[in-house]
Design a protein around this ligand. Sequence first.
Ligand code: FAD
Length: 323
Amino acid sequence: MSKNVLVLAEVRSGNLRNVSLEALSAAKQVANGGKVIAALFGSDMDSFVTPLAHYGADQIYLIRNKQLDIYTTDAYTQAFTQVIQEVKPDAIFLGHTAIGKDLAPRVAARLQLGLISDCTGLEVNGDEVIFTRPIYAGKAFQKKKISAGTIFATIRPNNIPIGDPNPNGIASTVSFEAEIKDIRTVVKEVVRKASESIDLSEAKIIVSGGRGVKSADGFKSLYELAEVLGAAVGASRGACDAGYCDYSLQIGQTGKVVTPDLYIACGISGAIQHLAGMSNSKIIVAINKDPEAPIFQVADFGIVGDLFEVVPLLTEQFKKVLV
Ligand code: FAD
């Protein structure tokens, strides 16, 4: 049976987030001929209508409101809940981003819906949708089958392939007035860290440093390698605790969960709490001078050596082929 599927389209730094396109791709599979509806929040979002249409949205709800220009829990919870009540979708998808993680459980609670969070895959089998999600900090995967009721899920970035855009895709638009009141927080300014120029959770390549990097200065060679590869830089908690880098770079159980195509771990031992954040990366390369380091157990390629020698050599070689 076909379904109408609603997707929250997230915009960050003037761009549609990749995970929203991944959510659209998931929505198309589940819709099975039904309508894929995207919701765009903010006063100046019209330029995103065409790209959303190219990536599969049939209809786009524009919730034009200045109070939605910057995310606040109160405003978005009210607006998104009202959109859902209006659209009455059979399924709702959000990215498993900072916003998705904050918003989805609140909206689910308000509407008394179940929520499947952090999905890494899905299959459609007739009327059933079977979601895959990691459990036990990524050590195992759980399958959740939904065959009745409204489906509500958040999608982990970098897991569901984005289909090719259709340059002829068109979508109708609906202007929707949301009633927003009693906002308890005021965001005066959003200051992005320079390190967030490539978003870690959506990065295709991550060069990550641990306590073995030894100092903030030691991270310079990681940034150089990252620049040549077009990668983001991440870190273990060991490196963050030691003050070598900012906590916003921390990957792991209490940091960010990432699934890049390539994860290069430099001077990271591979503690279970770190693996919880990166072990589902598609290819893992570990550079460590200790051949017994646990990171080698999850690595696809291991380099036993001093990172201060290996990383500059890699940068030099990649420069020859990539720059
Ligand atoms: P270390 O374990 O000290 O490893 C450093 C590695 O560098 C060693 O393997 C060493 O052989 C290697 N090395 C040293 N010098 C060189 C060199 N010159 N060249 C190459 N290799 C070298 N950790 C996280 O990362 N993320 C989390 O989210 C997280 N959450 C946690 C939550 C809880 C509740 C707890 C208790 C812990 C958490 N931790 C987390 C901490 C985790 O247990 C480890 O302490 C931490 O991951 C270790 O960081 P590290 O691998 O950088 O340091």
